[in-house]
Design a protein around this ligand. Structure first.
Ligand SMILES: Nc1ncnc2c1ncn2[C@@H]1O[C@H](COP(=O)(O)OP(=O)(O)O)[C@@H](O)[C@H]1O
Ligand SMILES: [Mg+2]
Length: 399
């Protein structure tokens, strides 16, 4: 019997479109002899849809058609099984059951642990990192704090909340100048370079902070790495086992990799692509393998597996690095717990095709789920039958 795989994508995030591309691309490569693919699209209005047509990129060009032909659904549990139920009409009809969910979502409100929390509380097995790892992977401040405590090198940084800046910007601006310009200002929990500014000197810092505050209430300012070389490494595994992909070097025409560099294809390098060619992250200008010496490569692979373990990640992750090309200093930049295009193009050079990568990810999820359910998470007690209401001392809960 085939496993019914619910591929979840879209969502209310600045990376909505990127997620659609990543998911449509993955659905083309999933092994259909082993898995029945059930596309589940979350619109920007957070409504869930299903229907075979959602596998076709063209559907997303006309949202009215999509709404007309796809079915609005919710995920629910009945007995031991999970169903997508239609929300239209008098009675909720089961559209299909699903065995396992595969979130291919990027960014806030989905990739950051939100979708994982929803799936976790429903009880359905799902592919990829779990709530905590996904949440840490989205917060550029908390991830650094975890990395620092695991001796993983991060760039010098400072962070603050928007209201702190609005109340007393001079002490924050002081801290920033201590980092020494140039710096990079970022909203702490966004992705795809949205709201990020490279700041050369203090005359532009206020505008950059203003821009970042548009997107987030938590802001991080980092010292800019000079002679920047950007190298990424993908890790596949779980808390026990990890393997590393080939390393890529990503190229940009700008001081920082922009949204356009990532998804619309830069002008440097040979691998150019366009958003509408469904290449997603696979369209960034890149060189594989990265042009770095063996020592740096080993360092990056070592840090990648340590970071993967420190955040307790699962499935596939892409870990991004910033390297000073002159001093060869290596800093971890960020993990992408659901990377664009699931970083499949980094696995092909080490002999793992996309189909195999996807099957590996699903197998890891099933293994993780089985292992987790061997542990004791709840036990039967008669606490509620002895509970005498909220009044009086008997009703007080001792924890
Ligand atoms: N400290 C830094 N020094 C130099 N360039 C940086 C630094 N941080 C980020 N960048 C540039 O900005 C890009 C986007 O930053 P990143 O932290 O990866 O944000 P996002 O989550 O949006 O991808 C990076 O790919 C890199 O080109
Ligand atoms: Mg990045």
């Amino acid at each position: 019997m085939k496993i019914k795989l619910g591929v979840i994508f879209g969502g209310e995030s600045v990376e909505h479109e990127v997620s659609v591309i990543s998911a449509v691309q993955a659905m083309e490569s999933i092994d259909e002899e082993r898995y029945d693919i059930i596309p589940i699209y979350i619109s920007k209005e957070r409504i869930w849809y299903t229907g075979a047509m959602l596998r076709d990129m063209d559907v997303y060009k006309n949202f009215d058609d999509l709404k007309r032909y796809a079915k609005e659904v919710v995920l629910t549990k009945k007995g031991d099984k999970y169903y997508l139920q239609s929300t239209k009409g008098m009675f909720r009809k089961d559209v299909t059951d699903i065995d396992i969910a595969f979130p291919i979502v990027h960014g806030n409100n989905v990739e950051d642990g939100s979708i994982q929390g929803y799936l976790e509380s429903t009880g359905i097995p799902y592919v990829g990192s779990h709530v905590l790892g996904a949440a840490l992977g989205q917060d550029k401040v908390l991830m650094k704090q975890v990395f620092e405590s695991n001796d993983i090198p991060v760039v010098p940084y400072t962070w603050f909340y928007d209201y702190e800046y609005e109340e007393n910007n001079s002490s924050i601006l002081d801290k920033i100048s201590k980092l020494k310009y140039p710096v990079v200002v970022k909203p702490a929990t966004l992705g795809s370079s949205v709201g990020i500014t490279y700041v050369k000197n203090d005359s532009d810092i206020k505008d950059a902070i203003k821009e970042a505050i548009k997107y987030d209430n938590k802001i991080v300012v980092e010292k800019a790495v000079s002679n920047l070389v950007e190298v990424n490494c993908s890790v596949l595994g779980n808390y026990k086992h990890q393997e590393c992909s080939a390393l890529e070097e990503v190229l940009s025409d700008n001081e920082l990799l922009t949204y356009a560099d990532k998804y619309i294809g830069g002008s440097k390098g040979k691998l150019k692509g366009r958003m509408n060619s469904s290449k997603g992250m696979a369209s960034t200008s890149r060189i594989i393998p990265a042009r770095i010496d063996k020592k740096v490569e080993e360092k990056i692979k070592d840090i990648s597996t340590r970071a993967f373990k420190a955040l307790n990640l699962s499935g596939v992750c892409r870990i991004d690095f910033l390297i000073d090309g002159k001093t060869k200093d290596v800093y971890i930049n960020e993990p992408n717990t659901i990377p664009g295009s699931l970083a499949f193009y980094l696995w092909e050079p080490v002999g793992k095709g996309y189909k195999e990568l996807l099957s590996d990810m699903i197998n890891i999820a099933i293994k993780d789920y089985k292992e987790k359910h061997k542990k004791t998470y709840s036990f039967d007690t008669n606490i509620l039958s002895n509970f005498n209401g909220l009044k009086g001392s008997k009703g007080k809960l001792k924890r």
